[in-house]
Design a protein around this ligand. Structure first.
Ligand SMILES: NC(=O)c1ccc[n+]([C@@H]2O[C@H](COP(=O)([O-])OP(=O)(O)OC[C@H]3O[C@@H](n4cnc5c(N)ncnc54)[C@H](O)[C@@H]3O)[C@@H](O)[C@H]2O)c1
Ligand SMILES: [Zn+2]
Length: 570
């Protein structure tokens, strides 16, 4: 039996391989020393306090030494070690335990509400110790600039009235600034403030961007400094606050740098949501709808029947609205619970089959490509709309179910299409997905209303059929010259002339384009083709066509300006 898999210890062909001996060793602390004992072995009587660790150093591979030709030149291995030609190895299994709280609270900025100060402490003894201490409390707070304008005075008053020495760092935390620069900026200020990482959690108050940036900064500072999340948007209330992830964008890629360090607590107060614009409510509803479509028909029904009400009331519970019950409360609770069910057993995403990835296969590429035109939840919804068509094309959803989903999305005032979501982009995004999901697409798809499964066998042909159907049905502009009327491209200048280069979003060939052009009695304008086929150059919109979306004004004369547009026939 060879010692290692390299096979350097010859084994006679007829030899029956001997089972490796498996012995688990656990670690116990006696006095202040950790030592190994065999699992199940009695621990000798001792007056000293004994602590048993869940960490193990299993002895999985070592075999009888006398059977090996290989004579190690190292010391004879001890239990729990494995000898091979290249040396001795140890395999360590050390479970890491996380405990964090997600707390719904009201009036979090009322100075008499101590949640923000002590709410993260679970252990009563620790709480007693912390609240009875003589030392003045200190807190470092990072707040989104817009939130600071709206709530900053209340935040300051809160800490002043509670006699907390504090530093409030107000930052422009937007998707465009979600970068390592901001993380370093925060870390510099944290260092200047000099926090005690055992007892002074960093507090983040803002939307998902702010929470993600601060989470990353905290997890880097002295390797892991506790932090608290206070979400102020709907999206961050139901999504960014409940899991372990944090991160920033890097090299134009969404959340490319980040980690899985949960906060010590997330404190959710719905009253912040009243000041976010209506569009941002829809944005958050996108992530809620994701959970509804994946695993909760009741939540889907709630969104269908109360969506408009939730948008109108901005998730503030209103008395005298018996018809709607407390739709806001129910919606957020179910969204959080379903999200936690999926996240908690898989905090580090070791299992790549994740239903919560629904809406997140195409959207990262799309969101970054068209930044800042789509918000996160909007991009997610466009992805979900396309995937709904994929599910339908695969026969997983009936036409009626597909229609109900799309109608629900429209009711929540979410976009179900974006011209930047070209077929080419979808293919690129799915290729990117493969790289990060173990070579399988692991595509979550609805298999009914509120039920779903993960699929690895959706063919490109199915995806393309779904894309065409999606485009034709959603754009509802049947008379569009679909081949080139819906296009994406860039402005260029050629001498004095403004030129636009079109790249059709649909997978069409040049012949098809020419045929469609002839059909509509419109020939490619003078100048003909520009760039690789199929692409067009036009100094102005084709005769008789109007621009349906976006502007034909060149914003940066002399430069090149990406644009997306729809041309409508007369
Ligand atoms: N970590 C996670 O698990 C997780 C999950 C989902 C999303 N995210 C991330 O969250 C981000 C999106 O979060 P978001 O939608 O909250 O966007 P956001 O943080 O950019 O906030 C949107 C805008 O709302 C403003 N704002 C915030 N609170 C406000 C309030 N109470 N009143 C008025 N304006 C307010 C902000 O200034 C900002 O301009 C994305 O970067 C996404 O990657 C992370
Ligand atoms: Zn998301």
């Amino acid at each position: 039996m060879p010692v290692s898999e390299e096979g350097f210890a010859p084994v006679p062909p007829a030899a029956v391989p001997e089972e490796p001996r498996h012995t688990d060793f656990q670690l116990v602390r006696v006095k202040s020393t950790w030592c190994r004992i065999k699992k199940g072995e009695a621990i000798s009587d001792s007056e000293d306090k004994i602590t048993l660790s869940e960490a193990k150093i299993p002895d999985a591979q070592s075999t009888k030494e006398e059977d090996n030709d290989f004579k190690p030149c190292f010391p004879i291995p001890r239990r729990g070690e494995c000898v091979s030609k290249s040396g001795i190895s140890w395999t360590i299994e050390a479970p890491i335990y996380f405990c964090y709280k997600v707390v719904e609270t009201y009036n979090i900025l009322d100075p008499s509400n101590t949640t923000l100060l002590w709410g993260h402490i679970t252990d009563p003894q620790q709480l007693e110790l912390a609240t009875s201490g003589k030392k003045r409390l200190r807190r470092f707070i990072v707040i989104d600039e817009v939130v600071d304008e709206l709530y900053g005075s209340k935040v300051r008053q809160y800490f002043e009235e509670n006699n907390v020495q504090h530093k409030i760092l107000s930052l422009p935390t937007t998707e465009e600034t979600k970068s390592m620069d901001l993380v370093l900026n925060i870390l510099q200020e944290v260092q200047n403030f000099s926090i005690d990482r055992r007892t002074e959690p960093i507090i983040a108050i803002g939307g998902g961007v702010c929470l993600d940036i601060v989470g990353l900064a905290a997890s880097l500072y002295r390797r892991r400094t506790p932090y608290i999340r206070v979400p102020t948007t709907l999206l961050s209330y139901v999504d960014a606050s409940v899991g372990a992830k944090n991160g920033v964008n890097f090299l134009q890629c969404k959340n490319k740098l980040g980690g899985y360090t949960p906060p010590v607590a997330s404190f959710l107060d719905r009253s912040f949501i009243q000041s976010i614009p209506r569009r941002h409510i829809s944005n958050g509803l996108g992530e809620i709808l994701k959970m509804a479509l994946m695993k909760h028909k009741g939540l889907f029904d709630l969104l269908k029947s109360h969506g408009k009400y939730l948008l109108d009331t901005k998730f503030q519970s209103c008395s005298g609205s018996a018809d709607h019950g407390d739709a806001a409360l129910q919606t957020t609770r179910i969204a959080i619970e379903t999200m936690l069910e999926e996240l908690a057993p898989n905090l580090w995403e070791d299992d790549l089959d994740r239903l919560v990835d629904f809406g997140h296969l195409i959207s990262p590429e799309l969101e970054m490509r068209v930044l800042p035109s789509l918000m996160h939840g909007e991009a997610v919804n466009i992805d979900m709309a396309f995937m709904t068509y994929v599910a339908h094309t695969r026969g997983l959803l009936s036409a009626g179910e597909k229609e109900q989903i799309i109608q629900c999305m429209r009711g929540l005032e979410l976009p179900v299409w974006h011209s930047g979501c070209s077929w080419a982009l979808i293919k690129t995004a799915l290729r990117e997905r493969l790289k990060h999901s173990g070579g399988q697409p692991r595509m979550p798809l609805p298999t009914g209303l509120g039920v779903a499964d993960i699929f690895n066998d959706t063919s490109e042909e199915t995806l393309e059929r779904a894309y065409k159907l999606w485009f034709i049905q959603i754009s509802k502009k049947k008379k569009l010259l679909s081949a080139f009327a819906l296009s994406t491209g860039e402005w260029h200048t050629a001498g004095e002339t403004k030129m636009a280069q079109f790249t059709p979003v649909l997978p069409v060939n040049q012949g098809e384009l020419q045929a469609r052009a002839a059909e509509m009695a419109w020939a490619p304008p003078q100048g003909g083709l520009l760039g690789a086929s199929p692409a067009w150059a036009a100094p102005s919109p084709p005769q008789g066509f109007q621009v349906g979306e976006a502007s034909w004004e060149m914003e940066k004369p002399g430069g090149s300006q990406p644009f997306h547009h729809l041309l409508q026939p007369p």
